[in-house]
Write a protein that binds this ligand. Structure first.
Ligand SMILES: Nc1ncnc2c1ncn2[C@@H]1O[C@H](COP(=O)(O)OP(=O)(O)O)[C@@H](O)[C@H]1O
Ligand SMILES: [Mg+2]
Length: 332
């Protein structure tokens, strides 16, 4: 046995130009199995784009991306769909369905993507809700619980299909510090007790230092430093120092990202919820799984035509710029 850790995700020389700008520039980094890898960096620079590449929603212009040792850049659409099941994604406010109880919300991906018996599903729902401490609240509806609980329920749902890797795009943004801390604790518990591989994009340096085994500072298209929290904290690279000290003063805005969901991704959304979204705040429904889209991008997408095959929004129109498109907020 070699001493080197197994790798969950590998980016090697990944480059991507979007709208004439070099967003990823020979980006290389590895995420080890079982670690929490935190990505920090300024707003609008390409962190979410990096996550989209990781789940095969965007293809790089060049470079290699491997997930659990499989090259994903050459996969077919069908292969990508299957590959995506390795990932659970926690959306901004959980993306829960308003008219389903927490139990039913977590059960949904099992109903849609497996042929499990009712009894087996119930066992799994219980297990996942217990992980996030919500089993006692299983009969509640999303409107009856707090923001932090919604986030935890969203996490239980993201875990329903037993993904090996969980992605979080700004999981604590917009949360008060107490609830943000709850999420941090949960991330740490998932690592400790469930050996999950977790990849977290965040602006929140308190959170980054609390949860990160390693932190990568994304800057101008690549990682200018990857290190332990201690190494990052004592970084001699001016851009890293500037970010980690400036971040607390609000120099880095806490931008609220909006999750926009298209198609049915494992563990994410049902056909019913898509219909709900469409009726109120339409998003594209191409068979592309899901995207994480910022408000800025949504607004920009409404103004300019997107790359047909990989852009996050393909039926761009003013209505797509609706700031919040999550299902629970669509009930009239
Ligand atoms: N499909 C797209 N087409 C054109 N530009 C895009 C697309 N997706 C993202 N961008 C641009 O790429 C840049 C990085 O975006 P993003 O990864 O969302 O930043 P952040 O680091 O805040 O997550 C932004 O300028 C954004 O507008
Ligand atoms: Mg982002």
């Amino acid at each position: 046995m070699s001493g080197s850790p197994k790798l969950a995700v590998q980016f090697e020389g990944v480059s991507k130009v979007l709208a004439g700008r070099q967003i990823l520039d020979k980006l290389s980094f590895d995420v080890r199995e079982g670690e929490t890898f935190v990505i920090i960096g300024y707003s609008g620079t390409g962190k979410s784009v990096t996550l989209r590449h990781m789940v095969g929603l965007m293809a790089p212009d060049e470079g290699s991306i491997r997930v659990e040792n499989e090259e994903i850049t050459t996969m077919s659409r069908r292969e990508l769909e299957i590959m995506r099941r390795k990932f659970g994604v926690l959306f901004q406010s959980g993306a829960l369905i308003a008219w389903l109880t927490l139990f039913e919300n977590v059960e949904l991906p099992l109903l849609e993507h497996t042929k499990m018996s009712r009894k087996k599903r119930a066992e799994i729902v219980q297990e996942k809700l217990e992980i996030v401490n919500l089993w006692q609240d299983r009969e509640k509806y999303p409107a009856e619980i707090s923001g932090g609980m919604k986030k935890r329920a969203g996490l239980a749902r993201a875990l329903a299909l037993d993904p090996g890797i969980v992605l979080y795009d700004e999981p604590t943004s917009g949360l008060d510090p107490v609830i943000a801390n709850e999420i941090d604790k949960l991330i740490n518990r998932l690592k400790r007790e469930h050996h999950m591989t977790q990849i977290v994009v965040t602006h929140d340096m308190d959170s980054a230092f609390e949860i990160g085994d390693r932190i990568g500072m994304f800057y101008k298209g690549s990682m200018i430093q990857i290190g332990t929290p201690e190494e990052i904290q004592s970084s001699t690279i001016p851009e890293v120092q500037h970010f980690i000290t400036g971040g607390r003063e609000g120099a880095i805005s806490r931008r609220a990202n909006t999750a926009v969901i298209r198609g049915v991704a494992p563990g994410m959304l049902s056909q019913r919820s898509l219909e709900a979204i469409e009726s109120e705040a339409p998003v594209a429904t191409a068979e592309q799984g899901y995207v994480l889209l910022s408000e800025e991008e949504a607004a920009a997408a409404a103004l300019q035509p997107q790359e047909e095959t990989e852009g996050p929004v393909d039926t761009a129109g003013p209505r797509n710029a609706t700031p919040s498109l999550e299902p629970e907020e669509t009930d009239a």
